[in-house]
Design a protein around this ligand. Sequence first.
Ligand code: NAI
Ligand code: MG
Length: 365
Amino acid sequence: MSDAKNLLFLPGDGIGPEVMGQVRKIIDWLTKNRSVNFNITEGLVGGACYEAHKCAVTDETVADAMAADAVMLGAVGGPKWDNVERHARPEAGLLRLRKEMDLFANLRPAMVFDALVDASTLKDEVVRGLDILIMRELTSGVYFGEPRGVEDLPGGGRKGFDTQVYTDAEIIRAAHVAFDLAKKRGNKVHSVEKANVMESGKFWREVVTKLHAEEYADVQLEHMYADNCAMQLVRNPKQFDVILTDNLFGDLLSDCAAMLTGSLGMLPSASLSGKDENGKVRAMYEPVHGSAPDIAGQDLANPLATILSFSMCLRYSFDMGAEADLLDQGVQNVLNAGIRTGDIMQAGMQQVGCAAMGDALIAEL
Ligand code: NAI
Ligand code: MG
């Protein structure tokens, strides 16, 4: 048996527990068939935590998340908690975890499965086989920079302003993640900013160039302006492997890249910290979608986004690339076999529920 992998499970609300239940099946399968030893703790987050403790996450759960090798989260929120005071709202639990774990690296892959190529609004040949990864810096930049505000102007009129600030340390830690990920993938990084018109963009390019020369000369690096990147993403997305970018541009470009694939129920994500003094990276994996209250509790949810998030967990936190590949291939095979949940249903395919999709994947493995 390999060392135990300490995993914190936070199913959350709505379809969260349903989709996370399918990940449990995979963990059981891996334990049985791959001799992997998982040590799973389960905690409450979001509305589920509010019901028990009148807060969105407890100090104890935050401490568990900090100590775990990785956190798997379902989704939080729902109409039931719409009128809860702001600090105790379900989203506040998620934000607190991200902040305390210092998860500055937000990874959103955009993958197109052959069987779902029709779900994209783009032409078949443009998106078929697409597999790119956006590395968005999540805890700095213009969403956090000071000064910010709205003020009266001395001569009358008013102004609103934000400030884009990045320190070299913030750029370097984001770039490390992007280069390290590229090494495990297609070995290519596009660093995206607006060095032509922004001082902080010029600085970003300078810092990334220096880090690349010193530590990652074997990885292919290209610099690209953000507006061009937006255009290239819809013109020829397959030219990219890893896109490294700041908080604001990453917000826009990751939504754009997500829609190349056309399907919310299929999109995974990872959020990572830097290395701590022991070389450990804190990590949280979750589907991009929310708690889907409209279909919760009806066994209708697509668990594949959460399962693909777990595949990222295997790959990035547990160094289990072979098992991650197996899982990704399993998802592909299930789709190729025509098995679909309602959200990705197409004519002539076989519609199944959430649990049956999980079972079909296990059968495939
Ligand atoms: P949503 O992603 O929950 O749902 C949007 C639509 O997509 C719904 O029609 C839903 O049924 C469908 N959908 C989503 N995931 C699906 C899946 N796995 N399988 C099949 N269909 C799926 O977004 P919405 O409706 O805006 O928000 C609902 C609640 O979720 C809100 O309380 C919101 O705050 C919360 N939320 C939580 C997030 C998180 O936990 N990270 C992210 C986004 C929203
Ligand atoms: Mg956004």
